[in-house]
Design a protein around this ligand. Structure first.
Ligand code: HEC
Ligand code: HEC
Length: 322
């Protein structure tokens, strides 16, 4: 157990970091007005509606509901969330921040074919996947209020954007392959110097008065082996642009790759598509160069002893079933 004063110090540090990241975010949303969409090769710039302009009507109520779910997912969508993460843990600034996979840029790209499940996904199905994997939970029904609210929030934010266009700031900007192969030991050093203070020495995150203030990077309270962030390439891209919080862009590409390699070489909840065979799951859904699932690190095969997916919900399911 950490002492209360340690927690206080850490949460003050968090506030400072958030305050530090605030002006940058504001500057971003106040960026140049949306130029007309030409055929130029550079990505189309777009500025989402200001956060305080949600309309004061029935539609606005649904948008606000979606925003609440986005910010406090476990609280407002508790039936579908198995860990302590929120959507905003990975989509910063309430899903507004460029290069943190913002929701306004996502909205205009669906329906879309996804190689992950080999068919055209509606936005609703894309959102369901976030609950199953990133939130280590289960999919809300496509017509549930949870999905309708999130879609309304995204639609409102994307108002005026062209559809079917990759907007500037969409996704997490991919990094080129690193000069040196990503390395666990170097990654551990980056982690200890730049991340552990907030995310905990064991990547377990931190709670203050039962409330998560820093999300878990691995272990049972984090995203599961099916989530996009388990890919070292995706994690490196997110980390380079967004971490340490408030200091995005300060790590070198190599440091981002190394710390992503370290983070994703730890165990986490099982892939929900696992049906008993690690090898089969690895062959069907994993196995890329930057995918550590089913590989051996420090003598331990990752995924072999993972806690079943579903986290907090799995106990609940049992009691509901009886
Ligand atoms: C553990 C981190 C994490 C959490 C938590 C998370 N996501 Fe994501 N999300 C990702 C990653 C990684 C991607 C893929 C982005 C990429 O590869 O560029 C993604 C992609 C998306 C996309 C598609 C973006 C696009 O441009 O196509 C949407 C929509 C989305 N997430 C919504 C949500 C919602 C809603 C929640 C909460 C219910 C959520 N996410 C929680 C990591 C996360
Ligand atoms: C100042 C505190 C702080 C530092 C330092 C920091 N983070 Fe974070 N990190 C956060 C917070 C807070 C969030 C969630 C963002 C939000 O809710 O707005 C987060 C989110 C994340 C996430 C996505 C959510 C999850 O749990 O998977 C990853 C991955 C991550 N950080 C990795 C790192 C890495 C790697 C480093 C070091 C290079 C680092 N962070 C340094 C505070 C920090």
């Amino acid at each position: 157990m950490k002492s209360a004063s340690t927690h206080l110090r850490l949460s003050l540090f968090a506030l400072a970091a958030l305050a530090f990241s605030g002006p940058a975010a504001l500057a971003q949303s106040a960026a140049a007005p949306n130029p007309s969409t030409g055929t130029s090769a550079s990505p189309t710039a777009f500025t989402p509606a200001p956060a305080d302009t949600i309309p004061d009507n029935e539609f606005g109520e649904m948008v606000k509901k979606g925003q609440r779910i986005f910010l406090h997912t476990g609280e407002y969508a508790s039936d579908y969330v198995g860990n302590s993460l929120n959507c905003v843990s990975c989509h910063l600034d309430a899903g507004r921040r460029k290069n943190a996979s913002p929701m306004w840029a996502a909205y205009v790209l669906y329906p879309a074919y996804r190689s992950k499940n080999k068919h055209v996904n509606t936005l609703a199905e894309r959102l369901q996947g976030c609950f199953q994997y990133s939130m280590n939970g289960k999919a809300p029904p496509a017509d549930s209020e949870t999905i309708v609210a999130l879609q309304s929030y995204m639609y409102w934010m994307a108002k005026g954007a062209p559809t079917g266009v990759k907007l500037d700031g969409q996704g997490y900007p991919r990094l080129p392959e690193p000069p040196q192969k990503p390395d666990y030991v170097r990654g551990q050093q980056v982690f200890e110097q730049n991340c552990a203070l907030c995310h905990g020495a064991n990547g377990e995150g931190q709670h203050v008065n039962g409330k998560m203030v820093f999300p878990a990077l691995w272990g049972d309270d984090s995203f599961n082996w099916g989530a996009g962030m388990h890919s070292v390439a995706t994690a490196a891209a997110f980390i380079k642009a967004n971490m340490p919080l408030g200091k995005g862009g300060t790590l070198s590409d190599q440091q981002a790759w190394d710390v992503a390699q370290y983070m994703d070489s730890h165990d986490r909840p099982q892939d929900p598509r696992f049906k008993g065979s690690l090898e089969e799951t690895r062959q069907q859904h994993h196995g890329g160069e930057h995918d550590m699932y089913g590989t051996t690190v420090n003598g331990k095969m990752l995924g072999a002893d993972s806690t079943p997916s579903g986290g907090k919900l799995s106990g609940q399911k049992q009691s509901e079933a009886s």
